[in-house]
Design a protein around this ligand. Structure first.
Ligand code: HEC
Ligand code: HEC
Length: 217
């Protein structure tokens, strides 16, 4: 009757759906960023949290969440960064599938592109692309997916044959940018999920190989 009486009720009311969704958002983004950083243990932990925490949703939405949790469990139990990367991508695809089916979900606002030609801002643009592609899957939002894809079309920092650069590292640097045209051309959710997993694993591989990379969340 009076909303301000709710805090005095004996049983705590369930958290509103949007608050539960914010927790899932935080966990899913942390899993993504842990994979990028090459931190398998944290990625597993965050995906296990998603697998264990079911939001209180009504009706058919519950079945949608079951599939998502299966994917999160697979990611949590995978013992390779590639497997974890695939889990992160699968989960994002399932977030987007429910939002699309229920005609709801998050609206991700515009984020400024980090400008600069030094390696650090080049990396920050990689992260910008990884974030927009992820939002493209999870919202789902076509515009964000395309923005992330277009960002990757910029010149790589290294190409194989560059003097003084480890050929393996140069090959990975080039590969990241080839995902630009791959992701632009991927039209189905299944293709996008597959590509996004491969893409994240590529970031992780170079950070492991070079000992560089962002801090894990
Ligand atoms: C089973 C259906 C379903 C799944 C799966 C789902 N969501 Fe949602 N999501 C909803 C609904 C319904 C809303 C609208 C809630 C509201 O605003 O009351 C929503 C809204 C949101 C919002 C906006 C919340 C706000 O503050 O208004 C975010 C962020 C979000 N979801 C993130 C996620 C993420 C991340 C995942 C995947 C880990 C996910 N959701 C998976 C149903 C789902
Ligand atoms: C060719 C190897 C290579 C690839 C590929 C690569 N990184 Fe990096 N990354 C590095 C190195 C090395 C550093 C540390 C550089 C520094 O601190 O200047 C770094 C640092 C970062 C940082 C921290 C930047 C900062 O503000 O200090 C972020 C974020 C980042 N990478 C994201 C990504 C993402 C996302 C991808 C995949 C799309 C990616 N990187 C792919 C080598 C790579």
């Amino acid at each position: 009757m009076f909303v301000w009486l709710v805090p005095f009720a004996t049983a705590a009311p369930p958290k509103p759906v949007h608050a539960q969704m914010q927790e899932h958002l935080a966990a899913a983004e942390a899993a993504r960023d842990a994979v990028i950083a090459g931190d398998l243990a944290t990625a597993q932990k965050k995906m296990a949290w998603i697998a264990d925490n079911e939001p209180k949703l009504s009706g058919g939405a519950v079945a949608q969440f079951d599939t998502l949790q299966e994917r999160a469990r697979q990611g949590a139990e995978s013992t390779t960064l590639m497997g974890a990367a695939r889990g992160v991508a699968e989960v994002a695809g399932r977030c987007g599938a429910c939002h699309a089916a229920m005609n709801t979900g998050p609206l991700f606002g515009a984020v400024a592109i980090p400008e600069g030609s030094d390696p650090k801002t080049h990396m920050q643009r990689h992260q910008w692309a990884a974030d927009r592609l992820w939002e493209g899957l999870a919202a789902p939002d076509r515009g964000n997916w395309t923005a992330g894809a277009l960002m990757l079309l910029e010149e790589p920092m290294h190409r194989p044959g560059d003097p003084g650069v480890d050929p393996g590292v140069a090959a990975v640097a080039l590969r990241v940018h080839q995902f630009g045209s791959d992701t632009l051309n991927a039209l189905t959710v299944a293709e996008r999920v597959q590509l996004y997993g491969d893409f994240l694993a590529t970031c992780a591989a170079c950070h492991q190989a070079t000992g560089g990379g962002p801090k894990s969340p």
